[in-house]
Design a protein around this ligand. Structure first.
Ligand code: GDP
Ligand code: IMO
Ligand code: MG
Length: 429
């Protein structure tokens, strides 16, 4: 099936980068459809590790064309630096295309992100500080946003920027006591970025749809995860974009009937970076078995230690439903190799009832406690397994239970960060 959305089913960092890279060996096009450089996607090739923030994780295959879609918010300085670093490592980035409708992150966006976060007292979100929220706020406010097409139009940019800077500086000065930004400095810096990016900017919806019509293999790469989705996530502890599979349509300019399948990437346990509800979270003194060792659960973008906990079947069912997942990819099974017993959450106990559907109310979540099922660990190294049959029986039982709770079949199991530490159960393409 030639068009696939790869979507995270938890709070991000599920291993989408590894799976996108893996599936990209056969893809013609890989399209990022939302988020920005809040994302951090790791791809390991041999002894080399690549950490990608804005560039789609298909970039490491020379034959794969990468697209940054209209739903992404682009920090041009960060993008150029990332492209430059990839070039220095011998990766060809000449085939990358950027949507003319994508919104631009300006210097006041990260500043406003940090200032807003630090002024919050009770409900800090724990953002990455990359200006993602403020950039999407401007997009939806429809007044002081700049799209790639505006940045490339020097006349338009020069006409609009003074008014935008005036307004932003007023907010920065009067609300936060920040000295503000100088018009000329931003103008000169961004016009330089515009020239560097100009050859890559195009109407990417035309580009992507033409590839689909030629029956090419197109992969839509989600950043973040379903529980960080602005509509479907643990609001307000979410990001400001639409990582859920539906976001691929709006964020890439593709009709829903053009999407053939949805691959849901899920860890064999759970993690979360930043604040917000996390029903199966383990207390700090118990997380090290998951976070350290092979788990390496530290944020790619901010370096923050990730909060860790058991697999949550309520969330798995929720995310499979929200995204219409028809193939699951279970990641990081090897991290559980040393566990004597493994817990799986099958529901939430709330007052006198058991909740099976993920609730909207954070109050209900806070008052709920997970109902766990215990399964015996397999206490064997799974990293060398190359097939379903070569996995320990107890590991297969665990995976079958995950699939049952999630309500979707497993297509792949990942047992290590390397490309060859991947078990295929069903064909994706
Ligand atoms: P993404 O944001 O979803 O792309 O995920 P990240 O790259 O932020 O985090 C996933 C981390 O897990 C990275 O360090 C990967 O190299 C690593 N990883 C991916 N798959 C596996 C796996 O099966 N086992 C182990 N131990 N690590 C993995
Ligand atoms: P990838 O693509 C994990 C989290 C932040 C914070 C919240 C809002 O690597 O899976 P933002 O800066 O987006 O306004 O922060 O979302 N967050 C992520 N957590 N993985 C990510 O991306 C994330 N991108 C944002 O930690 O809690
Ligand atoms: Mg990540």
């Amino acid at each position: 099936m030639p068009t696939v959305v790869v979507v995270g089913l938890q709070w991000g960092d599920e291993g989408k980068g590894k799976i996108t890279d893996f599936l990209s060996s056969q893809a013609n096009l890989v399209v990022r459809y939302q988020g920005g450089n809040n994302a951090g996607h790791t791809v390991v090739v041999g002894e080399e590790e690549f950490k990608l923030h804005l560039v789609p994780s298909g970039v490491l295959y020379p034959g794969t064309v990468c697209v940054i879609g209209n739903g992404v918010v682009i920090n041009p300085g960060v993008l150029l630096k990332e492209l430059n670093e990839l070039n220095k490592r011998g990766i060809d980035t000449s085939k990358i295309r950027i949507s003319d409708r994508a919104h631009v992150i300006m210097p006041y966006h990260p500043a406003l992100d940090e200032l807003a976060e630090s002024s919050r007292v009770v409900r800090k979100i724990g953002t990455t500080g990359r200006g993602i929220g403020p950039a999407y706020i401007d997009k939806y406010e429809r007044y002081d946003a700049i799209r790639m097409v505006d940045l490339l139009d020097k006349e338009e940019f020069d006409q609009r920027l003074p008014e935008i800077i005036r307004i932003k500086n007023k907010v920065l000065n009067q609300i936060y006591g920040h000295r503000g930004f100088e018009l000329k400095v931003i103008r000169d810096e961004y016009l330089e970025y515009a020239e560097a990016l100009r050859p890559m900017v195009t109407d990417t919806s035309v580009f992507v749809n033409q590839a689909i019509n030629r029956n090419e293999k197109v992969l839509f790469e989600g950043a973040q995860g379903t529980l960080l989705d602005i509509d479907q996530g643990t609001y307000p502890f979410v990001s400001s974009s639409s990582p859920a599979a539906g976001g691929a349509c709006t964020g890439a300019g593709v009709g829903p009937v053009k999407i053939n399948q949805v691959v849901g990437v899920i860890k064999a346990y759970s993690t979360r970076v930043g604040a917000g509800p996390f029903p199966t979270e383990l207390p700090e003194e118990l997380v090290s078995k998951l976070r350290d060792g092979r788990g390496r659960e530290y944020g790619v973008t901010t370096g923050r230690p990730r909060r860790c906990g058991w697999f949550d079947g309520v969330i798995a069912e929720y995310s499979v439903r929200i995204n219409g997942v028809n193939n699951l990819v279970v990641m990081k099974l090897d991290v559980l190799d040393q566990m004597e017993t493994i817990k799986i959450c099958t529901g939430y106990r709330y007052r006198n009832s058991i909740i099976k559907e993920f609730p909207a109310s954070l109050k209900v979540l806070a008052e709920s406690s997970p109902v766990y099922e215990e399964m015996p660990g397999w206490l064997e190294d799974t990293t060398q397994a190359k097939s379903w049959e070569s996995l320990p029986v107890k590991a297969r039982d665990y995976l079958n239970r995950i699939s049952e709770l999630a309500g979707a079949p497993i297509a792949m199991v990942s047992v290590g960060w390397r490309r060859d530490e991947t078990i295929m159960l069903r064909d994706i393409w």
